[in-house]
Design a protein around this ligand. Sequence first.
Ligand code: NAD
Ligand code: TDX
Length: 332
Amino acid sequence: MAHYLVTGGAGFIGSNFVHQLVRETDHSVTVLDKLTYAGNRASLDGLPAERVELVVGDICDAALVDKLTADADVVVHFAAESHNDNSLNDPSPFIDTNLVGTFTLLEAARKHDKRYHHISTDEVYGDLELDDPERFHETTPYNPSSPYSSTKAGSDLLVRAWVRSFGVKATISNCSNNYGPRQHVEKFIPRQITNLIDGVHPKLYGAGLNVRDWIHVDDHNSAVRRIIEAGTIGETYLIGADGEKNNKEVVELILRLMGESPDAYEHVNDRPGHDLRYAIDSTKLRTELGWQPQYRDFESGLAATIDWYRANEDWWRPMKEATEAKYAKTGQ
Ligand code: NAD
Ligand code: TDX
């Protein structure tokens, strides 16, 4: 039985990680989360108080991070500013949280000699052409496009340097696009589901031909747990579930699953610098660590996600209006 410090545990992927850890292990957890616009206390509802504690605070607060790291066996770092569109409107919190925050955690992990796992994204590799037979793998050169992905790339490089220079016991994972319950309504899939619940047409950026490689959040988190258990210190593992789809296909599927005509969407302004395609080759994780995704059918995973948003309007309703007001300013 171990004690985990989970940063960003009130966000989308972090909260699902804490739920999975409580469901499937005896570990206890301290969540460190600033509860920014993206963090939600309600995402931790239903978890046993004797096993999960929420500390509201900033990962850039060195004294707090030092104290919580000293008390933990394992640090899992999910906290980030995570939305590309926000990073294009105001990059500054991305620099603080993604770079300075990661530096602060690494210094604490180094001082207290703690196992550290760093959560990152496939966006650090830039994008691929639609017809490129290549996919991203662990040695693909970094080539990030947005303020978001460049700060994530920078944070990964800090981790690699702290492993090599100071012997920090770290691993890194770079995952593709996640879907599932408790994702903020600013993100593509929940935005379209909640728009449709409100009688608003889904919004496709540009022509909608950009490709994302979808993975269920529980599969991302089972892979993270496997890497923490069995991964080699200093190594990077790519996490993906062979889920490539273009945005138009995803919107058409959401419309069909929600009983609407599959062409009932609108085209809106494209994202500046919009990455064309992401695709992950997760052979290393599968062959070296024996991991497999459980959600092999995107349609049924998406249907369950739609059901979750229908059943949990109390969770998402408070963030919907402000999110759409932000998009209205950029014509998206
Ligand atoms: P999210 O925006 O839903 O959650 C981020 C959480 O971090 C929030 O709870 C927020 O309050 C917290 N946070 C932000 N700044 C903080 C700070 N300074 N101190 C403490 N807490 C802070 O993000 P997510 O989608 O769950 O992403 C989690 C991680 O996974 C990120 O590192 C992201 O880069 C990575 N990732 C996400 C995806 C995806 O598809 N969403 C894919 C690959 C990797
Ligand atoms: O309304 C929309 N319409 C639309 O066409 C929105 C919000 C998005 N899009 C497009 C842009 C992307 O091509 O959908 C795709 C997915 O968009 P996002 O949900 O914003 O995700 P993306 O930019 O691909 O980044 C996500 O995956 C990698 C996460 O937000 C990142 O945190 C993660 O690192």
